[in-house]
Design a binder for this molecule. Structure first.
Ligand code: ZN
Length: 83
């Protein structure tokens, strides 16, 4: 389903801004941790992964639609929409 909403980029190596993270990998010891958003089954997550062995170091819920920002998402919580 998510593939329809977020088609795979045509560029086989899309440039995703990755933010270097201090520290070393608990799995392989490489000091090559990066933070970047990923889309998975449960939606968008901001993850920190080792770029050498791809071990996940942290994973937290990101914005609902990733890079897409809806006006409704910017409204205060608690606003109910009634037709
Ligand atoms: Zn690693």
């Amino acid at each position: 389903m998510s593939n329809f909403l977020f088609p795979r980029p045509l560029d086989p190596t899309p440039r995703q801004a990755r933010e270097p993270v201090e520290g070393s990998c608990a799995e392989c010891g490489a000091e090559h941790l990066m933070r970047y958003p990923v889309l998975s089954e449960g939606g968008w997550y901001m993850v920190v992964k080792c770029q050498s062995c791809l071990a996940s170091h942290s994973r937290e819920k990101w914005t609902r639609l990733g890079f897409v920002s809806l006006l409704t998402d910017q409204l205060e919580d608690g606003v109910e929409m009634h037709a």
